[in-house]
Design a protein around this ligand. Structure first.
Ligand code: FES
Ligand SMILES: [Fe+2]
Length: 353
Protein backbone atom coordinates (compact mmCIF):
# COMPACT_ATOMS: atom_id res chain seq x y z
CA UNK A 1 0.00 0.00 0.00
CA UNK A 2 1.31 3.43 -0.95
CA UNK A 3 1.68 6.35 1.31
CA UNK A 4 -0.15 9.30 -0.27
CA UNK A 5 2.27 12.11 -1.04
CA UNK A 6 1.31 15.47 0.40
CA UNK A 7 2.92 18.68 -0.82
CA UNK A 8 2.62 21.63 1.57
CA UNK A 9 0.65 24.52 0.05
CA UNK A 10 3.23 26.93 1.50
CA UNK A 11 6.12 26.80 -0.94
CA UNK A 12 8.46 28.20 1.71
CA UNK A 13 8.00 25.06 3.78
CA UNK A 14 7.16 22.49 1.14
CA UNK A 15 9.35 19.62 0.05
CA UNK A 16 9.37 18.32 -3.51
CA UNK A 17 7.89 15.02 -4.63
CA UNK A 18 10.02 12.24 -3.16
CA UNK A 19 12.43 10.34 -5.39
CA UNK A 20 10.25 7.25 -4.96
CA UNK A 21 7.52 9.04 -6.88
CA UNK A 22 9.64 8.82 -10.02
CA UNK A 23 10.87 5.27 -9.51
CA UNK A 24 7.72 3.46 -8.46
CA UNK A 25 6.23 1.39 -11.27
CA UNK A 26 2.87 0.95 -9.61
CA UNK A 27 2.45 4.67 -9.11
CA UNK A 28 3.44 5.27 -12.73
CA UNK A 29 0.61 2.97 -13.87
CA UNK A 30 -1.82 4.54 -11.41
CA UNK A 31 -1.10 8.04 -12.76
CA UNK A 32 -1.87 6.85 -16.27
CA UNK A 33 -5.43 6.22 -15.16
CA UNK A 34 -5.92 8.89 -12.50
CA UNK A 35 -4.22 11.72 -14.41
CA UNK A 36 -3.85 11.00 -18.12
CA UNK A 37 -7.16 9.21 -18.69
CA UNK A 38 -8.82 12.36 -17.32
CA UNK A 39 -6.73 14.90 -19.19
CA UNK A 40 -6.91 16.94 -22.38
CA UNK A 41 -4.46 15.87 -25.05
CA UNK A 42 -3.27 17.69 -28.15
CA UNK A 43 -4.49 15.92 -31.29
CA UNK A 44 -3.44 18.11 -34.21
CA UNK A 45 -5.19 20.75 -36.25
CA UNK A 46 -8.53 21.03 -37.92
CA UNK A 47 -6.98 21.38 -41.36
CA UNK A 48 -6.48 17.60 -41.31
CA UNK A 49 -10.27 17.10 -41.43
CA UNK A 50 -11.82 20.01 -43.30
CA UNK A 51 -14.30 18.43 -45.74
CA UNK A 52 -17.62 16.80 -44.76
CA UNK A 53 -16.95 13.06 -44.55
CA UNK A 54 -13.26 13.41 -43.65
CA UNK A 55 -12.16 10.86 -41.05
CA UNK A 56 -8.82 10.55 -39.29
CA UNK A 57 -8.01 7.69 -36.91
CA UNK A 58 -5.47 8.33 -34.16
CA UNK A 59 -4.45 7.06 -30.74
CA UNK A 60 -4.84 9.26 -27.73
CA UNK A 61 -1.46 9.53 -26.01
CA UNK A 62 0.36 6.77 -27.92
CA UNK A 63 2.70 4.70 -25.78
CA UNK A 64 0.57 5.26 -22.70
CA UNK A 65 -3.22 5.49 -23.04
CA UNK A 66 -3.19 4.14 -26.63
CA UNK A 67 -6.90 4.87 -26.87
CA UNK A 68 -8.15 4.32 -30.45
CA UNK A 69 -10.16 7.38 -31.50
CA UNK A 70 -11.42 8.85 -34.73
CA UNK A 71 -11.94 12.43 -35.81
CA UNK A 72 -15.00 12.48 -38.06
CA UNK A 73 -16.43 15.50 -39.89
CA UNK A 74 -20.16 14.88 -40.32
CA UNK A 75 -21.91 15.55 -43.60
CA UNK A 76 -23.43 18.60 -41.85
CA UNK A 77 -19.90 19.89 -41.11
CA UNK A 78 -19.89 19.02 -37.40
CA UNK A 79 -16.55 17.68 -36.17
CA UNK A 80 -16.67 14.90 -33.57
CA UNK A 81 -14.22 12.68 -31.79
CA UNK A 82 -15.56 9.11 -31.74
CA UNK A 83 -14.32 5.82 -30.43
CA UNK A 84 -12.62 3.96 -33.29
CA UNK A 85 -13.69 0.63 -31.76
CA UNK A 86 -16.69 -1.23 -33.19
CA UNK A 87 -19.37 -1.80 -30.55
CA UNK A 88 -19.90 -5.40 -31.75
CA UNK A 89 -16.74 -7.29 -30.85
CA UNK A 90 -14.18 -4.53 -30.71
CA UNK A 91 -12.57 -4.40 -34.14
CA UNK A 92 -10.88 -1.14 -35.11
CA UNK A 93 -13.14 0.68 -37.54
CA UNK A 94 -10.67 2.75 -39.54
CA UNK A 95 -6.96 2.23 -39.99
CA UNK A 96 -6.39 5.11 -42.38
CA UNK A 97 -7.53 8.66 -42.98
CA UNK A 98 -10.05 9.10 -45.75
CA UNK A 99 -13.42 10.44 -46.76
CA UNK A 100 -16.64 8.48 -46.41
CA UNK A 101 -20.38 8.81 -45.86
CA UNK A 102 -20.67 6.00 -43.30
CA UNK A 103 -18.38 4.10 -40.95
CA UNK A 104 -18.52 0.43 -41.81
CA UNK A 105 -16.82 -2.27 -39.77
CA UNK A 106 -14.89 -4.69 -41.97
CA UNK A 107 -15.32 -7.58 -39.56
CA UNK A 108 -19.08 -8.28 -39.67
CA UNK A 109 -20.50 -5.28 -41.45
CA UNK A 110 -21.87 -3.12 -38.61
CA UNK A 111 -22.52 0.39 -39.85
CA UNK A 112 -22.53 3.76 -38.09
CA UNK A 113 -23.25 7.32 -39.17
CA UNK A 114 -20.46 9.88 -39.00
CA UNK A 115 -22.15 11.10 -35.83
CA UNK A 116 -21.41 7.70 -34.24
CA UNK A 117 -25.03 6.51 -34.26
CA UNK A 118 -25.58 2.81 -34.91
CA UNK A 119 -27.37 2.35 -38.23
CA UNK A 120 -27.29 -1.27 -39.38
CA UNK A 121 -26.08 -4.76 -38.49
CA UNK A 122 -26.61 -7.94 -40.51
CA UNK A 123 -27.87 -11.17 -38.86
CA UNK A 124 -29.19 -9.48 -35.74
CA UNK A 125 -32.92 -9.76 -36.53
CA UNK A 126 -33.44 -12.16 -33.63
CA UNK A 127 -31.48 -10.16 -31.10
CA UNK A 128 -33.79 -8.82 -28.39
CA UNK A 129 -33.79 -5.20 -27.38
CA UNK A 130 -31.48 -4.25 -30.22
CA UNK A 131 -30.03 -1.78 -30.91
CA UNK A 132 -29.49 -0.18 -27.54
CA UNK A 133 -27.80 3.18 -26.87
CA UNK A 134 -24.51 1.41 -26.12
CA UNK A 135 -24.46 0.10 -29.68
CA UNK A 136 -23.66 3.68 -30.74
CA UNK A 137 -19.99 4.67 -30.80
CA UNK A 138 -18.94 6.43 -27.60
CA UNK A 139 -17.81 10.03 -28.07
CA UNK A 140 -14.76 11.65 -26.54
CA UNK A 141 -14.71 15.31 -25.59
CA UNK A 142 -13.24 17.59 -28.25
CA UNK A 143 -12.04 21.17 -27.85
CA UNK A 144 -10.61 23.63 -30.34
CA UNK A 145 -8.26 26.54 -29.80
CA UNK A 146 -8.77 28.41 -33.08
CA UNK A 147 -8.33 25.16 -35.01
CA UNK A 148 -5.84 23.39 -32.71
CA UNK A 149 -7.66 20.31 -31.48
CA UNK A 150 -7.58 18.67 -28.06
CA UNK A 151 -9.43 15.53 -27.02
CA UNK A 152 -10.14 13.87 -23.69
CA UNK A 153 -11.91 10.73 -22.50
CA UNK A 154 -13.36 12.06 -19.26
CA UNK A 155 -11.51 15.30 -18.65
CA UNK A 156 -11.45 16.40 -15.04
CA UNK A 157 -11.83 20.03 -16.13
CA UNK A 158 -13.90 21.42 -18.99
CA UNK A 159 -12.07 22.66 -22.03
CA UNK A 160 -13.02 26.32 -21.62
CA UNK A 161 -11.65 26.38 -18.08
CA UNK A 162 -8.49 24.52 -19.07
CA UNK A 163 -7.61 26.68 -22.08
CA UNK A 164 -9.24 29.95 -20.94
CA UNK A 165 -6.27 31.60 -19.20
CA UNK A 166 -4.11 30.98 -22.29
CA UNK A 167 -6.81 32.31 -24.61
CA UNK A 168 -7.04 35.51 -22.54
CA UNK A 169 -3.31 36.15 -22.66
CA UNK A 170 -2.60 35.41 -26.31
CA UNK A 171 -5.85 36.77 -27.74
CA UNK A 172 -3.78 39.35 -29.65
CA UNK A 173 -2.16 36.64 -31.82
CA UNK A 174 -3.96 35.56 -35.03
CA UNK A 175 -3.72 31.85 -34.24
CA UNK A 176 -5.91 30.83 -37.17
CA UNK A 177 -3.18 32.14 -39.51
CA UNK A 178 -0.51 29.90 -37.96
CA UNK A 179 0.42 26.96 -40.22
CA UNK A 180 1.81 23.55 -39.34
CA UNK A 181 5.44 23.29 -40.40
CA UNK A 182 6.56 19.63 -40.47
CA UNK A 183 10.13 20.62 -41.39
CA UNK A 184 10.41 22.29 -37.99
CA UNK A 185 8.69 19.51 -36.07
CA UNK A 186 10.57 16.71 -34.28
CA UNK A 187 10.09 13.82 -31.88
CA UNK A 188 12.62 13.48 -29.07
CA UNK A 189 13.19 10.48 -26.85
CA UNK A 190 14.81 10.66 -23.45
CA UNK A 191 15.69 8.21 -20.72
CA UNK A 192 13.79 9.79 -17.85
CA UNK A 193 10.42 9.81 -16.10
CA UNK A 194 7.95 12.13 -17.84
CA UNK A 195 7.39 14.23 -14.72
CA UNK A 196 11.11 15.01 -14.46
CA UNK A 197 10.89 16.53 -17.93
CA UNK A 198 7.88 18.60 -16.85
CA UNK A 199 9.62 19.67 -13.61
CA UNK A 200 12.52 21.01 -15.65
CA UNK A 201 10.24 22.80 -18.09
CA UNK A 202 8.42 24.61 -15.30
CA UNK A 203 11.27 26.78 -14.12
CA UNK A 204 13.56 29.29 -15.77
CA UNK A 205 15.87 28.97 -12.78
CA UNK A 206 18.22 26.69 -14.72
CA UNK A 207 18.50 28.90 -17.82
CA UNK A 208 21.75 30.66 -16.83
CA UNK A 209 23.35 27.31 -15.90
CA UNK A 210 22.05 24.97 -18.58
CA UNK A 211 21.33 27.20 -21.58
CA UNK A 212 24.18 29.71 -22.08
CA UNK A 213 22.89 30.94 -25.44
CA UNK A 214 19.24 31.17 -24.42
CA UNK A 215 20.41 33.10 -21.35
CA UNK A 216 21.60 35.87 -23.68
CA UNK A 217 18.24 36.06 -25.47
CA UNK A 218 16.14 36.50 -22.31
CA UNK A 219 16.35 38.75 -19.29
CA UNK A 220 16.69 36.52 -16.24
CA UNK A 221 15.85 39.16 -13.63
CA UNK A 222 12.40 39.96 -15.03
CA UNK A 223 11.51 36.33 -15.84
CA UNK A 224 8.17 35.57 -14.20
CA UNK A 225 5.69 32.74 -13.64
CA UNK A 226 1.93 33.29 -13.37
CA UNK A 227 -0.17 30.45 -12.02
CA UNK A 228 -3.75 29.64 -12.91
CA UNK A 229 -6.01 26.77 -11.86
CA UNK A 230 -4.81 24.10 -14.32
CA UNK A 231 -1.51 25.44 -15.57
CA UNK A 232 0.80 28.38 -15.66
CA UNK A 233 2.72 30.67 -17.96
CA UNK A 234 6.33 31.69 -17.80
CA UNK A 235 6.94 35.05 -19.40
CA UNK A 236 10.44 35.77 -20.68
CA UNK A 237 11.36 39.30 -21.62
CA UNK A 238 13.93 39.91 -24.32
CA UNK A 239 17.51 40.53 -23.29
CA UNK A 240 19.26 43.46 -25.02
CA UNK A 241 17.96 43.98 -28.55
CA UNK A 242 16.87 40.36 -28.99
CA UNK A 243 13.77 39.34 -30.96
CA UNK A 244 10.46 40.18 -29.26
CA UNK A 245 6.75 40.47 -30.00
CA UNK A 246 5.86 43.72 -31.77
CA UNK A 247 5.01 46.49 -29.36
CA UNK A 248 6.25 44.67 -26.25
CA UNK A 249 9.47 43.49 -24.62
CA UNK A 250 8.33 39.86 -24.43
CA UNK A 251 10.51 37.21 -26.08
CA UNK A 252 8.43 34.15 -25.23
CA UNK A 253 5.31 32.92 -23.44
CA UNK A 254 5.77 29.39 -22.14
CA UNK A 255 2.37 27.98 -21.30
CA UNK A 256 2.03 24.68 -19.50
CA UNK A 257 -1.37 23.03 -19.20
CA UNK A 258 -1.75 20.13 -16.79
CA UNK A 259 -0.45 17.52 -17.08
CA UNK A 260 1.73 17.30 -20.21
CA UNK A 261 0.90 20.01 -22.75
CA UNK A 262 3.13 22.97 -23.48
CA UNK A 263 2.36 25.81 -25.86
CA UNK A 264 5.34 28.05 -26.44
CA UNK A 265 4.64 31.30 -28.25
CA UNK A 266 7.52 33.09 -29.93
CA UNK A 267 7.52 36.05 -32.32
CA UNK A 268 7.74 33.53 -35.21
CA UNK A 269 4.74 31.44 -34.06
CA UNK A 270 3.98 28.49 -31.80
CA UNK A 271 5.81 25.37 -30.72
CA UNK A 272 3.46 22.79 -29.18
CA UNK A 273 5.25 20.25 -26.97
CA UNK A 274 3.54 17.07 -25.84
CA UNK A 275 5.24 14.96 -23.19
CA UNK A 276 4.36 11.30 -23.67
CA UNK A 277 5.17 8.78 -20.93
CA UNK A 278 6.43 5.54 -22.49
CA UNK A 279 7.81 3.78 -19.46
CA UNK A 280 8.96 4.56 -15.95
CA UNK A 281 12.23 5.95 -17.30
CA UNK A 282 11.40 6.61 -20.93
CA UNK A 283 9.62 9.61 -22.42
CA UNK A 284 8.87 10.91 -25.88
CA UNK A 285 8.45 14.63 -26.44
CA UNK A 286 6.73 15.88 -29.58
CA UNK A 287 7.63 19.31 -30.91
CA UNK A 288 5.04 20.57 -33.40
CA UNK A 289 5.71 23.95 -34.98
CA UNK A 290 3.04 26.33 -36.24
CA UNK A 291 4.65 29.19 -38.11
CA UNK A 292 3.17 32.65 -38.35
CA UNK A 293 6.10 34.91 -39.36
CA UNK A 294 8.70 32.68 -41.05
CA UNK A 295 11.16 35.57 -41.40
CA UNK A 296 11.62 35.46 -37.61
CA UNK A 297 12.43 31.74 -37.40
CA UNK A 298 15.84 31.13 -35.92
CA UNK A 299 15.82 34.31 -33.85
CA UNK A 300 15.59 35.11 -30.13
CA UNK A 301 14.33 32.82 -27.39
CA UNK A 302 12.61 30.51 -29.90
CA UNK A 303 15.58 30.48 -32.25
CA UNK A 304 17.51 27.31 -31.44
CA UNK A 305 14.87 24.96 -30.03
CA UNK A 306 16.78 21.82 -30.91
CA UNK A 307 19.92 22.86 -29.03
CA UNK A 308 17.92 24.01 -26.00
CA UNK A 309 16.01 20.71 -26.02
CA UNK A 310 19.20 18.66 -26.05
CA UNK A 311 20.59 20.73 -23.17
CA UNK A 312 17.37 20.09 -21.23
CA UNK A 313 17.43 16.37 -22.00
CA UNK A 314 21.00 16.01 -20.78
CA UNK A 315 20.20 17.55 -17.41
CA UNK A 316 16.88 15.69 -17.03
CA UNK A 317 18.59 12.37 -17.77
CA UNK A 318 21.23 13.22 -15.17
CA UNK A 319 18.44 13.85 -12.65
CA UNK A 320 16.92 10.47 -13.57
CA UNK A 321 20.21 8.83 -12.60
CA UNK A 322 20.44 11.00 -9.49
CA UNK A 323 17.04 10.14 -8.04
CA UNK A 324 18.00 6.45 -7.99
CA UNK A 325 20.51 7.31 -5.30
CA UNK A 326 20.05 5.73 -1.88
CA UNK A 327 21.25 8.99 -0.41
CA UNK A 328 18.72 11.33 -2.04
CA UNK A 329 15.13 11.48 -0.80
CA UNK A 330 13.63 14.82 -1.82
CA UNK A 331 14.44 18.51 -2.05
CA UNK A 332 13.05 21.97 -1.33
CA UNK A 333 11.67 24.66 -3.64
CA UNK A 334 13.02 28.11 -4.36
CA UNK A 335 10.05 30.33 -3.49
CA UNK A 336 11.40 32.91 -5.95
CA UNK A 337 11.95 30.63 -8.92
CA UNK A 338 10.09 27.33 -8.58
CA UNK A 339 6.43 28.25 -8.12
CA UNK A 340 5.49 26.39 -11.30
CA UNK A 341 7.18 23.17 -10.15
CA UNK A 342 5.51 23.48 -6.74
CA UNK A 343 2.11 23.89 -8.43
CA UNK A 344 2.74 20.81 -10.59
CA UNK A 345 3.69 18.70 -7.58
CA UNK A 346 0.59 19.90 -5.72
CA UNK A 347 -1.70 19.02 -8.65
CA UNK A 348 -0.07 15.61 -9.14
CA UNK A 349 -0.25 14.68 -5.48
CA UNK A 350 -3.89 15.79 -5.39
CA UNK A 351 -4.76 13.45 -8.26
CA UNK A 352 -3.66 10.18 -6.84
CA UNK A 353 0.08 10.72 -6.87
S1 FES B 1 -16.57 -6.32 -34.70
FE1 FES B 1 -17.47 -4.87 -35.98
S2 FES B 1 -19.08 -5.89 -36.91
FE2 FES B 1 -18.22 -7.36 -35.64
FE1 LIG C 1 15.50 24.35 -20.15
Amino acid sequence: MHRRVRIDSDIRRATTLPASFYTDRERFARLRESVFAHSWQFVGDELQVTAPGDVLPFELLPGSLDEPLLLARGLDGTLRCLSNVCTHRGNLLRSEAGNCRKLRCRYHGRRFGLDGRFEFMPEFEQAADFPRPDDDLPQAALGSLDGLLFAGLQPVVDFAAWIGPLRERIGFLPLSQFRAEPAHSHDYRLAAHWALYVDNYLEGFHIPYVHPDLAKAVDYESYETELFAWGNVQIARAGGSECRFDGSDIAAYYFWLFPNTMLNFYPWGLSVNVVQPLDLDSTRVLFRSYVWRPELLGRGAGGALDRVELEDEAVVEAVQRGIRSRLYRQGRFSPARERGVHQFHRLLSGMGG
